[in-house]
Design a protein around this ligand. Structure first.
Ligand SMILES: NC(=O)N[C@@H](CC(=O)O)C(=O)O
Ligand SMILES: [Zn+2]
Ligand SMILES: [Zn+2]
Length: 430
Protein backbone atom coordinates (compact mmCIF):
# COMPACT_ATOMS: atom_id res chain seq x y z
CA UNK A 1 0.00 0.00 0.00
CA UNK A 2 1.26 3.44 -0.92
CA UNK A 3 0.97 6.02 1.86
CA UNK A 4 1.33 9.77 1.40
CA UNK A 5 2.19 12.18 4.21
CA UNK A 6 0.77 15.59 3.37
CA UNK A 7 1.19 18.96 5.06
CA UNK A 8 4.45 18.24 6.86
CA UNK A 9 7.77 20.06 6.69
CA UNK A 10 11.13 18.59 5.70
CA UNK A 11 14.60 19.74 6.59
CA UNK A 12 17.14 20.48 3.88
CA UNK A 13 20.17 18.79 5.46
CA UNK A 14 22.74 21.05 3.78
CA UNK A 15 21.03 24.44 3.89
CA UNK A 16 19.33 23.70 7.19
CA UNK A 17 16.06 25.21 5.97
CA UNK A 18 12.60 23.82 6.47
CA UNK A 19 10.35 23.46 3.45
CA UNK A 20 6.86 22.11 2.83
CA UNK A 21 6.78 18.83 0.96
CA UNK A 22 4.91 15.54 0.82
CA UNK A 23 6.50 12.15 1.37
CA UNK A 24 5.19 8.94 -0.17
CA UNK A 25 6.29 5.50 0.95
CA UNK A 26 5.35 1.91 0.34
CA UNK A 27 4.50 -0.08 3.47
CA UNK A 28 5.24 -3.38 1.70
CA UNK A 29 8.71 -2.64 0.36
CA UNK A 30 9.35 -0.34 3.34
CA UNK A 31 10.91 2.26 1.05
CA UNK A 32 10.32 5.95 0.39
CA UNK A 33 8.98 6.23 -3.16
CA UNK A 34 8.79 10.00 -3.68
CA UNK A 35 9.42 13.35 -2.03
CA UNK A 36 7.97 16.58 -3.42
CA UNK A 37 4.79 18.46 -4.26
CA UNK A 38 2.73 16.31 -6.54
CA UNK A 39 3.23 12.64 -5.80
CA UNK A 40 0.36 11.05 -7.72
CA UNK A 41 -2.00 8.39 -6.41
CA UNK A 42 -1.85 6.99 -2.89
CA UNK A 43 -3.90 4.30 -1.15
CA UNK A 44 -3.86 6.26 2.08
CA UNK A 45 -3.25 9.92 2.82
CA UNK A 46 -2.12 11.11 6.26
CA UNK A 47 -2.74 14.82 6.77
CA UNK A 48 -0.23 16.66 8.93
CA UNK A 49 -0.35 20.22 10.22
CA UNK A 50 3.16 21.52 9.78
CA UNK A 51 4.88 18.77 11.80
CA UNK A 52 8.50 18.02 10.96
CA UNK A 53 9.08 14.85 8.96
CA UNK A 54 12.55 13.77 10.04
CA UNK A 55 14.54 10.59 9.51
CA UNK A 56 13.85 8.17 12.39
CA UNK A 57 16.29 8.91 15.21
CA UNK A 58 19.24 6.62 15.87
CA UNK A 59 20.76 6.12 19.33
CA UNK A 60 24.07 4.26 19.56
CA UNK A 61 24.02 4.04 23.36
CA UNK A 62 21.09 2.69 25.37
CA UNK A 63 20.73 0.21 28.22
CA UNK A 64 17.75 -2.08 27.75
CA UNK A 65 18.57 -4.25 30.81
CA UNK A 66 17.25 -7.43 29.21
CA UNK A 67 18.22 -10.21 29.96
CA UNK A 68 18.60 -10.06 33.70
CA UNK A 69 17.53 -6.67 34.98
CA UNK A 70 13.96 -6.59 33.76
CA UNK A 71 12.67 -4.72 36.81
CA UNK A 72 14.55 -1.72 35.38
CA UNK A 73 13.51 -2.21 31.72
CA UNK A 74 12.72 -4.96 29.22
CA UNK A 75 13.45 -5.13 25.52
CA UNK A 76 9.77 -4.48 24.88
CA UNK A 77 9.40 -1.47 27.19
CA UNK A 78 12.76 -0.02 26.16
CA UNK A 79 12.04 -0.34 22.45
CA UNK A 80 8.57 1.13 22.91
CA UNK A 81 10.13 4.04 24.79
CA UNK A 82 12.60 4.41 21.92
CA UNK A 83 9.81 4.49 19.34
CA UNK A 84 7.96 7.03 21.50
CA UNK A 85 11.07 9.20 21.43
CA UNK A 86 11.10 9.06 17.61
CA UNK A 87 13.82 6.41 17.40
CA UNK A 88 13.82 3.69 14.76
CA UNK A 89 17.30 2.23 15.43
CA UNK A 90 19.06 1.77 18.75
CA UNK A 91 22.26 0.02 19.78
CA UNK A 92 22.11 -1.54 23.24
CA UNK A 93 24.94 -1.99 25.71
CA UNK A 94 26.03 -5.43 26.93
CA UNK A 95 25.97 -4.88 30.72
CA UNK A 96 23.03 -7.23 31.12
CA UNK A 97 22.84 -10.45 33.15
CA UNK A 98 24.29 -12.53 31.65
CA UNK A 99 26.39 -9.92 29.85
CA UNK A 100 26.27 -10.03 26.04
CA UNK A 101 29.48 -12.02 25.65
CA UNK A 102 28.15 -15.01 23.65
CA UNK A 103 26.66 -15.16 20.13
CA UNK A 104 23.51 -16.84 21.46
CA UNK A 105 22.77 -13.81 23.64
CA UNK A 106 23.24 -11.46 20.68
CA UNK A 107 20.83 -13.55 18.62
CA UNK A 108 18.29 -13.71 21.45
CA UNK A 109 18.27 -9.91 21.85
CA UNK A 110 17.81 -9.41 18.11
CA UNK A 111 15.00 -11.99 17.95
CA UNK A 112 13.08 -10.72 20.96
CA UNK A 113 13.67 -7.16 19.82
CA UNK A 114 12.00 -7.97 16.51
CA UNK A 115 9.08 -9.59 18.31
CA UNK A 116 8.39 -6.30 20.12
CA UNK A 117 7.66 -4.68 16.72
CA UNK A 118 9.00 -1.33 17.89
CA UNK A 119 12.42 0.21 17.15
CA UNK A 120 15.12 -2.05 15.68
CA UNK A 121 17.74 -3.14 18.18
CA UNK A 122 21.43 -3.70 17.42
CA UNK A 123 23.38 -5.39 20.21
CA UNK A 124 26.81 -4.16 21.23
CA UNK A 125 28.78 -7.14 22.55
CA UNK A 126 31.28 -7.31 25.40
CA UNK A 127 34.98 -6.80 24.79
CA UNK A 128 35.85 -9.16 27.66
CA UNK A 129 34.08 -12.23 29.03
CA UNK A 130 31.64 -11.16 31.71
CA UNK A 131 32.99 -7.61 31.34
CA UNK A 132 35.63 -8.75 33.79
CA UNK A 133 38.37 -6.92 31.90
CA UNK A 134 40.45 -10.01 31.23
CA UNK A 135 39.75 -12.69 28.63
CA UNK A 136 38.58 -11.36 25.23
CA UNK A 137 35.31 -12.55 23.72
CA UNK A 138 35.09 -14.12 20.25
CA UNK A 139 34.72 -10.97 18.12
CA UNK A 140 34.21 -12.76 14.79
CA UNK A 141 31.47 -15.01 16.19
CA UNK A 142 29.72 -12.10 17.92
CA UNK A 143 29.80 -10.11 14.70
CA UNK A 144 28.43 -13.06 12.73
CA UNK A 145 25.56 -13.23 15.26
CA UNK A 146 24.72 -9.56 14.60
CA UNK A 147 26.75 -7.49 17.06
CA UNK A 148 27.49 -4.03 15.61
CA UNK A 149 30.28 -2.99 18.01
CA UNK A 150 32.25 -4.00 21.09
CA UNK A 151 32.16 -2.36 24.52
CA UNK A 152 32.59 -3.04 28.22
CA UNK A 153 30.42 0.01 28.96
CA UNK A 154 29.74 0.49 32.64
CA UNK A 155 33.40 -0.16 33.47
CA UNK A 156 35.88 -0.06 30.64
CA UNK A 157 38.98 -2.18 30.12
CA UNK A 158 41.53 -1.12 32.72
CA UNK A 159 44.48 -3.19 31.53
CA UNK A 160 46.35 -1.39 28.74
CA UNK A 161 47.92 -4.38 26.98
CA UNK A 162 44.57 -6.18 27.04
CA UNK A 163 42.96 -3.17 25.36
CA UNK A 164 45.70 -3.10 22.74
CA UNK A 165 45.04 -6.73 21.92
CA UNK A 166 41.28 -6.06 21.80
CA UNK A 167 41.80 -3.21 19.34
CA UNK A 168 44.01 -5.33 17.09
CA UNK A 169 41.38 -8.06 16.96
CA UNK A 170 38.50 -5.61 16.58
CA UNK A 171 40.29 -4.00 13.65
CA UNK A 172 40.61 -7.42 11.99
CA UNK A 173 36.93 -8.14 12.68
CA UNK A 174 35.88 -4.71 11.33
CA UNK A 175 34.07 -3.77 14.54
CA UNK A 176 34.24 -0.41 16.34
CA UNK A 177 35.63 -0.40 19.89
CA UNK A 178 33.28 1.68 22.03
CA UNK A 179 34.84 2.94 25.23
CA UNK A 180 33.52 3.86 28.62
CA UNK A 181 36.57 5.94 29.51
CA UNK A 182 37.32 5.78 33.19
CA UNK A 183 40.66 5.15 34.84
CA UNK A 184 39.49 3.42 37.98
CA UNK A 185 42.79 4.03 39.73
CA UNK A 186 41.77 7.70 39.60
CA UNK A 187 37.98 7.57 39.92
CA UNK A 188 38.17 5.05 42.79
CA UNK A 189 34.78 4.92 44.51
CA UNK A 190 33.81 8.52 43.81
CA UNK A 191 30.18 9.20 42.97
CA UNK A 192 29.76 12.82 41.75
CA UNK A 193 31.90 15.81 40.74
CA UNK A 194 34.25 16.83 43.59
CA UNK A 195 32.64 20.29 44.07
CA UNK A 196 29.17 18.81 44.44
CA UNK A 197 30.57 15.98 46.56
CA UNK A 198 31.90 18.51 49.07
CA UNK A 199 28.46 20.13 49.36
CA UNK A 200 26.62 16.84 49.83
CA UNK A 201 29.23 15.07 51.93
CA UNK A 202 29.97 12.13 49.63
CA UNK A 203 33.09 10.96 47.76
CA UNK A 204 34.17 13.00 44.75
CA UNK A 205 34.87 11.35 41.38
CA UNK A 206 37.95 12.89 39.81
CA UNK A 207 36.94 14.29 36.38
CA UNK A 208 40.48 13.63 35.06
CA UNK A 209 39.79 9.90 35.22
CA UNK A 210 37.91 10.27 31.91
CA UNK A 211 40.52 12.12 29.82
CA UNK A 212 43.31 9.96 31.25
CA UNK A 213 41.71 6.86 29.75
CA UNK A 214 40.78 8.58 26.49
CA UNK A 215 44.45 9.58 26.06
CA UNK A 216 45.60 5.97 26.42
CA UNK A 217 43.02 4.70 23.97
CA UNK A 218 43.77 7.39 21.37
CA UNK A 219 47.38 6.22 21.37
CA UNK A 220 46.36 2.59 21.02
CA UNK A 221 43.83 3.42 18.30
CA UNK A 222 46.50 5.27 16.36
CA UNK A 223 48.78 2.25 16.58
CA UNK A 224 46.10 -0.27 15.58
CA UNK A 225 43.99 1.74 13.13
CA UNK A 226 40.78 0.51 14.79
CA UNK A 227 37.62 2.65 14.77
CA UNK A 228 37.54 4.01 18.33
CA UNK A 229 34.22 5.44 19.49
CA UNK A 230 34.20 7.36 22.78
CA UNK A 231 31.05 7.18 24.91
CA UNK A 232 29.44 10.02 26.86
CA UNK A 233 32.24 12.63 26.68
CA UNK A 234 31.89 15.03 29.59
CA UNK A 235 35.02 17.11 30.23
CA UNK A 236 36.91 19.94 28.56
CA UNK A 237 40.16 17.94 28.48
CA UNK A 238 38.43 14.97 26.84
CA UNK A 239 37.05 17.19 24.07
CA UNK A 240 40.50 18.70 23.52
CA UNK A 241 42.13 15.27 23.28
CA UNK A 242 39.56 14.02 20.78
CA UNK A 243 39.95 17.17 18.69
CA UNK A 244 43.73 16.61 18.69
CA UNK A 245 43.34 12.94 17.74
CA UNK A 246 41.04 13.83 14.83
CA UNK A 247 43.55 16.40 13.58
CA UNK A 248 46.22 13.68 13.65
CA UNK A 249 44.03 11.44 11.51
CA UNK A 250 43.20 8.89 14.21
CA UNK A 251 40.02 7.01 13.39
CA UNK A 252 38.04 8.31 16.35
CA UNK A 253 34.41 9.33 16.83
CA UNK A 254 32.60 10.46 19.95
CA UNK A 255 29.21 11.03 21.48
CA UNK A 256 27.76 13.51 23.95
CA UNK A 257 24.62 13.06 26.03
CA UNK A 258 21.75 15.51 26.52
CA UNK A 259 22.49 15.72 30.26
CA UNK A 260 26.12 16.71 29.73
CA UNK A 261 25.01 19.40 27.25
CA UNK A 262 22.29 20.83 29.48
CA UNK A 263 23.30 20.29 33.11
CA UNK A 264 26.27 20.86 35.43
CA UNK A 265 27.17 19.69 38.91
CA UNK A 266 25.70 22.93 40.31
CA UNK A 267 22.23 21.41 40.00
CA UNK A 268 23.10 19.01 42.84
CA UNK A 269 21.98 20.93 45.92
CA UNK A 270 20.64 18.01 47.95
CA UNK A 271 21.15 14.27 48.21
CA UNK A 272 19.00 13.05 45.30
CA UNK A 273 20.40 10.16 43.24
CA UNK A 274 18.43 11.25 40.18
CA UNK A 275 21.51 13.43 39.47
CA UNK A 276 23.95 10.53 39.82
CA UNK A 277 25.32 9.45 36.47
CA UNK A 278 28.59 8.16 35.10
CA UNK A 279 30.47 10.15 33.95
CA UNK A 280 29.16 12.70 36.46
CA UNK A 281 27.64 16.06 35.67
CA UNK A 282 30.72 18.29 35.45
CA UNK A 283 31.50 22.01 35.66
CA UNK A 284 30.26 24.83 33.43
CA UNK A 285 33.58 25.00 31.53
CA UNK A 286 33.18 21.32 30.72
CA UNK A 287 29.58 21.73 29.61
CA UNK A 288 30.57 24.63 27.40
CA UNK A 289 33.47 22.67 25.89
CA UNK A 290 31.10 19.78 25.10
CA UNK A 291 28.75 22.19 23.37
CA UNK A 292 31.60 23.71 21.35
CA UNK A 293 32.85 20.22 20.51
CA UNK A 294 29.38 19.24 19.40
CA UNK A 295 29.04 22.33 17.20
CA UNK A 296 32.39 21.83 15.45
CA UNK A 297 31.87 18.07 14.98
CA UNK A 298 34.58 16.93 17.41
CA UNK A 299 31.73 15.19 19.21
CA UNK A 300 30.00 13.51 16.28
CA UNK A 301 26.69 12.38 17.65
CA UNK A 302 24.09 12.67 20.38
CA UNK A 303 23.58 9.47 22.37
CA UNK A 304 21.27 9.27 25.35
CA UNK A 305 23.01 6.61 27.48
CA UNK A 306 19.42 5.79 28.50
CA UNK A 307 20.06 4.01 31.81
CA UNK A 308 16.86 3.05 33.61
CA UNK A 309 16.87 2.02 37.27
CA UNK A 310 14.02 1.25 39.66
CA UNK A 311 12.61 3.87 42.05
CA UNK A 312 13.78 1.76 44.96
CA UNK A 313 17.37 1.69 43.65
CA UNK A 314 17.38 5.42 43.06
CA UNK A 315 15.95 6.11 46.55
CA UNK A 316 19.14 4.87 48.24
CA UNK A 317 20.84 8.28 48.14
CA UNK A 318 23.78 9.51 46.08
CA UNK A 319 26.41 7.44 47.88
CA UNK A 320 24.64 4.11 47.35
CA UNK A 321 22.27 4.35 44.35
CA UNK A 322 23.41 3.09 40.93
CA UNK A 323 24.68 5.55 38.29
CA UNK A 324 22.37 6.40 35.38
CA UNK A 325 19.58 8.51 33.91
CA UNK A 326 16.84 7.70 31.41
CA UNK A 327 16.76 9.87 28.31
CA UNK A 328 15.39 8.29 25.18
CA UNK A 329 11.90 9.81 25.36
CA UNK A 330 13.00 13.35 26.14
CA UNK A 331 16.23 13.88 24.21
CA UNK A 332 14.79 15.53 21.12
CA UNK A 333 12.31 17.82 22.92
CA UNK A 334 14.99 18.92 25.42
CA UNK A 335 17.69 19.63 22.87
CA UNK A 336 15.22 21.23 20.47
CA UNK A 337 13.75 23.48 23.16
CA UNK A 338 16.90 24.42 25.07
CA UNK A 339 19.53 24.49 22.31
CA UNK A 340 17.86 24.81 18.90
CA UNK A 341 15.00 27.20 19.71
CA UNK A 342 17.31 29.77 21.43
CA UNK A 343 19.66 29.62 18.44
CA UNK A 344 22.59 27.90 20.16
CA UNK A 345 22.58 24.81 17.91
CA UNK A 346 21.29 24.75 14.32
CA UNK A 347 18.40 22.33 13.77
CA UNK A 348 20.25 20.50 11.01
CA UNK A 349 23.26 19.89 13.28
CA UNK A 350 21.02 18.33 15.91
CA UNK A 351 19.10 16.24 13.39
CA UNK A 352 22.26 15.07 11.62
CA UNK A 353 23.76 14.04 14.98
CA UNK A 354 20.66 11.98 15.77
CA UNK A 355 20.14 10.42 12.33
CA UNK A 356 22.59 10.28 9.43
CA UNK A 357 25.82 10.52 11.40
CA UNK A 358 25.10 7.65 13.83
CA UNK A 359 23.93 5.36 10.99
CA UNK A 360 27.26 6.08 9.32
CA UNK A 361 29.30 5.24 12.44
CA UNK A 362 27.83 1.75 12.97
CA UNK A 363 26.62 1.04 9.42
CA UNK A 364 22.93 1.03 10.36
CA UNK A 365 19.90 1.58 8.10
CA UNK A 366 17.94 4.84 7.91
CA UNK A 367 19.23 8.33 8.53
CA UNK A 368 18.06 10.01 5.35
CA UNK A 369 14.85 10.97 3.54
CA UNK A 370 15.00 10.49 -0.23
CA UNK A 371 13.38 8.25 -2.82
CA UNK A 372 14.71 4.71 -2.53
CA UNK A 373 15.79 5.11 1.11
CA UNK A 374 14.26 3.12 3.96
CA UNK A 375 11.01 4.65 5.20
CA UNK A 376 12.24 5.20 8.78
CA UNK A 377 10.61 8.43 9.92
CA UNK A 378 9.93 10.49 13.03
CA UNK A 379 7.04 12.94 12.79
CA UNK A 380 7.59 15.67 15.33
CA UNK A 381 5.36 18.49 16.53
CA UNK A 382 7.21 21.67 17.42
CA UNK A 383 4.06 23.55 18.50
CA UNK A 384 2.88 21.65 21.51
CA UNK A 385 4.80 22.46 24.68
CA UNK A 386 4.46 19.91 27.43
CA UNK A 387 5.69 19.46 30.99
CA UNK A 388 7.94 16.43 31.35
CA UNK A 389 6.07 13.96 33.51
CA UNK A 390 8.05 10.76 34.23
CA UNK A 391 4.81 8.98 35.12
CA UNK A 392 3.89 9.20 31.44
CA UNK A 393 7.08 7.55 30.22
CA UNK A 394 6.85 4.34 28.22
CA UNK A 395 10.15 3.30 29.79
CA UNK A 396 9.96 1.52 33.14
CA UNK A 397 12.65 3.95 34.28
CA UNK A 398 11.45 7.22 35.80
CA UNK A 399 14.94 8.44 36.75
CA UNK A 400 15.16 11.71 34.82
CA UNK A 401 16.70 14.94 36.15
CA UNK A 402 14.41 16.84 33.76
CA UNK A 403 11.07 16.16 35.49
CA UNK A 404 8.79 19.21 35.29
CA UNK A 405 10.90 20.92 32.63
CA UNK A 406 8.76 22.25 29.78
CA UNK A 407 9.61 21.28 26.23
CA UNK A 408 8.26 21.18 22.68
CA UNK A 409 9.35 18.83 19.91
CA UNK A 410 7.44 15.67 20.84
CA UNK A 411 7.17 12.78 18.42
CA UNK A 412 3.58 12.17 17.38
CA UNK A 413 4.22 9.20 15.10
CA UNK A 414 7.19 6.95 14.32
CA UNK A 415 7.50 4.85 11.17
CA UNK A 416 9.90 1.95 10.66
CA UNK A 417 10.24 0.48 7.14
CA UNK A 418 6.87 1.97 6.26
CA UNK A 419 5.07 0.54 9.31
CA UNK A 420 3.84 2.70 12.15
CA UNK A 421 5.60 1.67 15.38
CA UNK A 422 4.40 4.51 17.60
CA UNK A 423 1.48 6.88 17.77
CA UNK A 424 1.10 9.54 20.45
CA UNK A 425 -1.21 8.37 23.22
CA UNK A 426 -0.88 4.64 22.57
CA UNK A 427 -0.95 2.19 25.49
CA UNK A 428 2.17 1.27 27.32
CA UNK A 429 3.65 -2.27 27.34
CA UNK A 430 4.01 -3.89 30.74
N1 LIG B 1 25.85 5.88 32.55
C1 LIG B 1 25.53 5.42 33.73
O1 LIG B 1 25.51 6.18 34.69
N2 LIG B 1 25.14 4.14 33.92
C2 LIG B 1 25.17 3.09 32.97
C3 LIG B 1 26.55 2.57 32.71
C4 LIG B 1 27.39 3.44 31.81
O2 LIG B 1 26.92 3.96 30.79
O3 LIG B 1 28.58 3.60 32.07
C5 LIG B 1 24.26 1.96 33.46
O4 LIG B 1 24.32 0.85 32.92
O5 LIG B 1 23.44 2.21 34.34
ZN1 LIG C 1 29.53 4.25 30.33
ZN1 LIG D 1 26.08 3.49 29.14
Amino acid sequence: MKVRLEGGRLLDPTKGELFEANVAYDDVTGLIVAVGDDLGEADRVVTLHGELILPGFVDLHVHLRDPGFTAKETLATGLQAAAAGGFTQVACMPNTNPPTDQPAIVRDIIQRGRDAKKADVHPIACITIGQAGDELTDFEALKAAGAVALSDDGKGVQHGARMLEAMERAKAAHLPVVIHSEDETLSLDGVIHPDAAKRIGVKGLLPESEAAMIARDILLAERTGVHLHVCHVSTEQSVALIRWAKARGVRITAEVTPHHLLLTESIITHDDAVFKVNPPLQGERDRHACLEGFLDGTLDIIATDHAPHTAEEKSRGIAKAPFGMVGIETVFPLLYTYLVAPGVVPLNRLVDAMTRRPTELFGLPGGIIRPGATADLAIVSTDEERRIDPERFYSKGRNTPFANWHAAGWTVRTILRGKQIFEQGEERFE
